[in-house]
Design a protein. Structure first.
Length: 193
C-alpha cells in the first residue's frame, strides 16, 4: 500500500478510537515505556506533546519529571521543515501553534542540542515490525533522525503496526516500538529480514 493511502486509512481508524480504549491503551503503553531499560539509562528524553488520537504523552512526561529525567520537546519551523528541542520543566512553557498543537515557547525555554538527547520518542501513524514508519507527512523527524545518533522508540497502539510497507531512501527506522500489548524489537527484526 502506498504511504499516502496507508496514512489516510490509519487516520480514519484512529479517529474512531473509543475514548475509554484510548485512555486504557495509552496507560498500558505508558507503563511499558517507563520500565524500559532505554528510559532508565537515559538522562535526557525527547518526545512530543501529544494530541488525540496520538498515544497520550502528558502522563509520561509527568512521570519522567518524577524520575528526575530531563524532558525536551520539539518546536517546529514550518518554512524550513526542521525542529529544535527545548527543555520542558512545566506545562506553562507551552504555547498553542498551528493546528492547535502545543509546542515550547522559545522565549521562556532553553534549546537543547540533538547530541544531548539520549532517547528520542519518534511519532508516527503507521509502523511496521522492522521500525519503519509513516509520519504525518512533514518530514520533520526524518530530517532530525538523519543527524541523530541516540536511541529511538515509538509509541503506538497495536493496530498501528502493520505489514512491511513502502519506504523511501530517506526513511530511517526506530529501534523499538512499544504498544499496549508488546515491545517490538525492531533492530532484531531488521537483522532477520
Amino acid at each position: 500500500m502506498a504511504k499516502k493511502e496507508a496514512r489516510e486509512e490509519m487516520k480514519n481508524q484512529l479517529a474512531t478510537l473509543d475514548s475509554v480504549l484510548y485512555h486504557t491503551y495509552s496507560k498500558q503503553i505508558e507503563n511499558r515505556f517507563l520500565i524500559e531499560e532505554d528510559v532508565d539509562q537515559a538522562s535526557t528524553i525527547g518526545l512530543t506533546i501529544s494530541a488525540f488520537p496520538e498515544v497520550d504523552t502528558e502522563g509520561i512526561i509527568k512521570k519522567l519529571w518524577e524520575m528526575g529525567k530531563t524532558v525536551v520537546v520539539p518546536k517546529c519551523k514550518p518554512k524550513e521543515r526542521t525542529m529544535t528541542f527545548y527543555k520542558l520543566e512545566n506545562f506553562n512553557q507551552l504555547e498553542t501553534v498551528y493546528m492547535q498543537l502545543l509546542e515550547p515557547n522559545p522565549l521562556i525555554s532553553t534549546a537543547v542540542s540533538s547530541k544531548d538527547i539520549d532517547l528520542l520518542v519518534v511519532p508516527g501513524i503507521v509502523y511496521d515490525p522492522t521500525g519503519y514508519r509513516i509520519g504525518y507527512g512533514g518530514g520533520y523527524y526524518d530530517r532530525f533522525l538523519s543527524e541523530y545518533n541516540g536511541q529511538t522508540i515509538s509509541l503506538a497502539f497495536d493496530f498501528q503496526v502493520c505489514e512491511v510497507m513502502e519506504r523511501d531512501n530517506f526513511d530511517l527506522p526506530v529501534n523499538k516500538i512499544i504498544t499496549n500489548s508488546q515491545i517490538i524489537p525492531c533492530q532484531l527484526n531488521r537483522q532477520e529480514v
